[in-house]
Write a protein that binds this ligand. Sequence first.
Ligand code: NAD
Length: 230
Amino acid sequence: MRVVVLTGAGISAESGVPTFRDSDGLWEGHRVEDVATPEGYELSPSRVHAFYDARRAALAAVVPNPAHHALARLETALGDDLLVVTQNIDDLHERAGLTRVLHMHGELLSALCRGCGGRVRWPDPLSDLPPCPRCGVCELRPDVVWFGEVPYEMDRIHDALSTCDLFVSVGTSGAVYPAAGFVQAARAYGARTLELNLVPSEGTDWFHEARHGPASVLVPAWVDELGLPG
Ligand code: NAD
């Protein structure tokens, strides 16, 4: 059985990482346009660096929750037949032990050089405009895919969606494209589709089945249900 799991901010919520948009429409008190668009960066690189530096530093205070651990168990059982595609920029999947994770929206622990285009692992702040370790130019930006930019690994994701038997979406609002369209693609290729989310997502009607509740409960229960060895 080949499985693709798409995860969003909801899977990390119970670890203490706030989700994307609060009810007031802000991301941790900031307008999305200011901190998650190329235009916001051009307008104020220092504001954007301060925002992501704070998010990066906050990672030290959070740990994976039972939903992340359950997906790691699933990977142990399925190996290459499982692909986790995450919209999250945190590293909680990796810290739970997963090794096959595609970060389609980039990673907090990575920096992208506007000089040479290189991506480098970056656990430190970017506010002080450090030089790129590859080319020496002081143009490192957060390696995060902002609105209007193209997500990473779309070809690999499309290949996996076209060959999977089961597509599961965990903790995502179904509001951010192209991820929100993956359920339709997987269905069109013949996969069964399952939503695991706190509340019905915007795309809930596209799924064959939807279960609603906290990811820390729903994901371990679903993995147990599969009855896989390992
Ligand atoms: P979103 O915040 O738009 O939606 C989160 C969804 O998770 C909502 O539908 C909500 O009902 C659900 N949810 C909340 N708590 C839950 C829980 N305990 N269990 C199950 N579901 C729960 O997130 P999104 O759809 O992933 O889009 C957000 C964008 O913001 C992504 O592009 C991502 O890059 C970025 N982001 C990432 C993080 C992170 O890395 N953890 C956090 C915030 C934002």
